[in-house]
Design a protein around this ligand. Structure first.
Ligand code: ADP
Length: 362
């Protein structure tokens, strides 16, 4: 399902942002630049300490950059005076990993709180609370206290509260990290629906690849405060350029199954089949034709492992094949495989002796 993204000037952007905390010698963010389009779902991923929370909190000025700019509709938010800053906070909602609900207040009062603080008249407030509770599917729980709700319901209250001011931007701080996988999916679906129905721009930070995969249009990979890479999800996940992305995706050679890795040799020995990797990075107009692949290989080949996912309507992943061909035929096959759209790499040669020893043991 495509997002509500528009292709005009960026809705929010960072320009050359550095952030150094007084208490720390190491910068939390270094020369970060990014654009988020209106209506886009933009994900920021990185390991713990990479700078994700610092980055997210720049957008509602909970943090200010040491240098560089945070632009909202082209305006540097550092210039905002107190009344404009209050208006900014109404334009930008936020949800949290631990929900941040007030335990002694009911669902209704938790959601109404931002309107009460803004002095919105009671009748208008009640109508708005009713609307957002209906949007998140919790009308029937308005009298409940947070302790009487499941994790997913608590996050729905958090979402309703973040939406009650009718924001244009929703910041999500590890919003599903405290939830089980099934509840995570239902919250991600709700966020996607909100993005569609309300045209909201969503910026989320997470350490979970699946979250990015499920709902984001584009992703930025943060590493030690620097942008490692950014782009459409299918592109970054399909052909990661940076080591940290590959490690998070487990695309590195360590992801080879143990039994294959221990048999892998860099030079061919007699009769050792080649270990061939076929990568699909989503750039191809069509998925590879199995018949073409088999014809290009032209000899005995075995599928050892296959991992292909659908991301934003594209097939992305890798097959591992053992291929028994002479060196010259192997070279010709790798060349012929270019026409299938897959990127073919000979990772090495599989030592057969262990293979035979294992077979003899059975
Ligand atoms: P992440 O969200 O990716 O885990 P953070 O943005 O929380 O990363 O932190 C990035 C770096 O900044 C870390 O080294 C962290 O210790 C440091 N940091 C974060 N907040 C503060 C703070 N208030 N004072 C000092 N250092 C901080």
């Amino acid at each position: 399902m495509p997002s509500a993204v528009s292709v005009s000037a960026p809705h929010v952007a960072l320009r050359g942002v550095h952030k150094v905390y007084a208490a720390s010698a190491v910068p939390a963010l270094q020369d970060v630049a990014m654009d988020v389009a209106r209506g886009e779902v933009f994900g920021v991923i990185g390991r713990s300490g990479a700078g994700k929370s610092t980055l997210l909190r720049l957008f509602n000025r909970l943090e200010v950059p040491s240098s560089g700019q945070v632009l909202l509709d082209g305006q540097d938010i550092a210039q905002l005076k107190a009344p404009q800053l209050r208006a900014l906070r109404r334009r930008v909602g936020m949800i949290f990993q631990n929900f941040n609900l007030v335990s002694v207040k009911t669902v209704w009062h938790n959601v109404a709180m931002p309107l009460r603080l803004a002095g919105v008249p009671a009748a208008e407030r009640d109508q708005r609370v009713r609307e957002v509770l209906s949007l998140v599917g919790l009308e029937h729980k308005h009298h409940a206290y947070p302790a009487q709700l499941s994790g997913g319901q608590k996050q729905r209250v958090g979402i309703a509260r973040a939406l009650v001011n009718n924001p244009e931007i929703l910041l999500c701080d590890e919003a599903t990290s405290a939830l089980d996988p099934e509840t995570t999916q239902s919250i991600l679906e709700l966020l996607r629906e909100i993005n569609h129905r309300l045209g909201l721009t969503i910026i989320l930070i997470t350490h979970e690849m699946d979250v990015i995969h499920s709902i984001c249009d584009r992703v930025l990979v943060l590493d030690h405060g620097c942008v490692a890479e950014q782009g459409p999800v299918w592109q970054v996940f399909g052909a990661p350029q940076h080591e940290v992305t590959r490690q998070m995706l487990r695309h590195d050679s360590n992801s080879l199954p143990d039994d294959i890795r221990t048999r892998l040799r860099s030079t061919p020995t007699a009769d050792a089949p080649a270990l061939l990797s076929l990568r699909f990075d989503g750039r191809q107009a069509r998925e590879p034709d199995l018949h073409d692949v088999a014809r290009s290989l032209g000899g005995a080949s075995h599928m050892l492992q296959a991992r292909v996912e659908r991301i934003q309507g594209r097939s992305v992943g890798e097959w591992l094949l053992s291929v028994a061909l002479s060196p010259s035929a192997l070279q010709a096959a790798v060349h012929a495989l270019q026409h299938t759209g897959a990127s073919a790499t000979v990772l090495g040669y599989l030592d057969k002796r262990q293979d035979l020893a294992q077979a003899g043991g059975h």
